[in-house]
Each structure stands twice: as structure tokens, then as C-alpha cells.
Design a protein around this ligand. Structure first.
Ligand code: IPD
Ligand code: CA
Ligand code: CA
Length: 271
């Protein structure tokens, strides 16, 4: 078994998303641990490499050539058709740039597609493990040919959680450290692995029981949110309200541990 969609327009886009994710992943695999041109963006610790840009160019060119009327939002600035398009692609060409730049083996390509503003499909590809996470709304979350389900853990103290820290952590008080302390003091364990898209895939796969992060962007979470939901998990803001698609604050869990995680991480200070 594998993920299929009977909706032709969605199936065609899933096919392309899969193909370009594999191609961009192959570029990442080839360039991993080679000498890279690296620059900073919003902060000195917010990096971009020539490989981020090359992967984005490859993906955006393929979408423009195949679906010229579709809109595109891509992290490094790639754009597609004007607003008003039915479909919009939301792309992180390389999620985990700091890891990639340091030779730490955890990064991926993340591609989400919305139809009329609704998250419709997602592909996240980890090129080193050759793991392809895929989802289509209503058709489940998949890792290759295996259908995914979130974990069944109900006890917070037995839970493994993931999080991340924003690029302005050196200068902002809204730094996630208080929430991090609250979880680390009461969970079985916590991970900061440096790829938000893979963190969400790992919630979907039951590898971690929950994940939260602040100050993300739409491209970090476009595919991952749908993967978690289609695997039976819950995604919300930090008050348990509707998920913020911009990624400004995000809590994703197996559902059972959602309230318990929110209780620990809710902002106590001002934003
Ligand atoms: C980053 C990663 C990281 C998260 C950052 C993201 P990038 O994306 O997902 O895990 O903590 O907030 O911006 O910059 O590697 O694409
Ligand atoms: Ca990212
Ligand atoms: Ca990126």
C-alpha cells in the first residue's frame, strides 16, 4: 500500500511534490559534508547556504514549468503566480540548515500544498535516512508504504517531546527557555534536533509524543501540520485554539498529552 489520491489535480501535485523532494534531497545528500558558501539572514545564527538556494531553485522551476498558474511561497524568496491562484505551494527547500552546515545528519525538504487556503497535501523527505513522509487530506499520513499513527502514550512523565529555539534567542526574552524547563523537569525526555518539519513528522510517526515551537514560519510547518492531523494527532496554538498556519506558535501532540503539554508551556511572561 502507498498513498494515493483519487482527486486528479491533487494526485498530479502529489506526484510532482514527491519527485522534486527526491531530487532536492539528492542534491543535499551529494553536497552534505562538502565545503559550502554560507551566509547569515535575520540574525548571525540564521544561516542560508548555496544548497538551500540550489534546492529551492530546482523545486520552484519544476512547479512553474508544470503548474504555472499555482502560487508559490518559498523560504528563500522563490515565487510563482500572482495571488488568487487555487493552489499554493509552501516550500522549505532545506529545513535544518544549521545542522546541514555543521555536518549534523538531520535535515529535510518540506513541501506543502494548499487548495483554496486549506492544507491539502504534504511531502517531507529526509535524504540521509531516505525517509519520505507524505500525506493528502483525508487519506492518512504515510512513511513510504507504511501508514502512520501517533503514539498512544497518556502519561506525561513517560513522554518524549521535541522543541526548538528561535533565531532571535540571543536578543529576545520570548526565548522558549521557561517552557523548556517546565517540560524537561516533568517529561521522560526532550530533544532539540533542529528540523521543525521532521519534528512534526516524528509526532505523526509516534517517535515523539509531542512537539512545540514558537516563531516558526509557514514553510516550516505547511506539510508537517497535515501529517500530524492525518496521523490522528492534534495541532493547535498554545491556548488549544485553532492552529496558526504562519507557525508563530505551534503545539502538536498525540492528542492525549495535548492539554498537559499546553499547561506546561503556556506563556507566563509577556510576548
Ligand atoms: C529551522 C529549523 C529549526 C527551528 C527553526 C527553523 P531552517 O528552519 O526548523 O528546527 O528551530 O526555528 O527556522 O532555518 O533550518 O529552515
Ligand atoms: Ca525551516
Ligand atoms: Ca530552510
Amino acid at each position: 500500500m502507498t498513498l494515493v489520491s483519487t482527486d486528479r489535480a491533487v494526485a498530479q501535485r502529489l506526484f510532482l511534490a514527491r519527485e522534486v523532494a527526491l531530487r532536492a534531497g539528492a542534491v543535499q545528500r551529494e553536497r552534505y559534508e562538502t565545503v559550502l558558501a554560507i551566509a547569515s539572514k535575520s540574525a548571525s545564527i540564521d544561516l542560508v547556504t548555496e544548497v538551500d538556494r540550489a534546492c529551492e531553485a530546482l523545486i520552484v522551476e519544476a512547479i512553474r514549468a508544470t503548474f504555472p498558474a499555482d502560487a508559490i511561497l518559498a523560504e528563500e524568496g522563490g515565487v510563482g503566480a500572482a495571488e488568487g491562484a487555487l493552489f499554493r505551494w509552501v516550500i522549505d527547500p532545506l529545513d535544518g540548515t544549521t545542522n546541514f552546515a555543521h555536518g549534523f545528519p538531520r535535515f529535510c525538504v518540506s513541501i506543502g500544498v494548499e487548495r483554496a487556503g486549506e492544507r491539502t497535501l504534504g511531502v517531507v523527505y529526509d535524504p540521509l535516512l531516505d525517509e519520505r513522509f507524505e500525506t493528502v487530506r483525508g487519506c492518512g499520513a504515510w512513511l513510504g508504504s507504511r501508514r502512520l499513527a501517533v503514539s498512544r502514550e497518556t502519561q506525561f512523565g513517560r513522554g518524549l517531546f521535541a522543541t526548538g529555539f528561535p533565531y532571535d534567542v540571543h536578543t529576545s526574552d520570548d526565548d522558549n527557555l521557561e517552557a523548556f524547563a517546565a517540560v524537561v523537569k516533568s517529561a521522560r525526555g526532550i530533544r532539540r534536533d533542529g528540523s521543525a518539519a521532521l519534528d512534526l513528522c516524528y509526532v505523526a510517526a509516534g517517535r515523539v509524543d509531542g512537539y512545540w515551537e514558537r516563531k516558526l514560519h509557514a514553510w516550516d510547518v505547511a506539510a508537517g501540520i497535515l501529517l500530524v492531523e492525518e496521523a490522528g494527532g492534534r495541532v493547535s496554538d498554545e491556548r488549544g485554539g485553532p492552529v496558526d498556519p504562519s507557525g508563530r506558535e505551534l503545539v502538536a501532540t498525540n492528542g492525549s498529552l495535548h492539554e498537559a503539554l499546553i499547561e506546561r508551556i503556556q506563556r507566563r511572561g509577556s510576548r
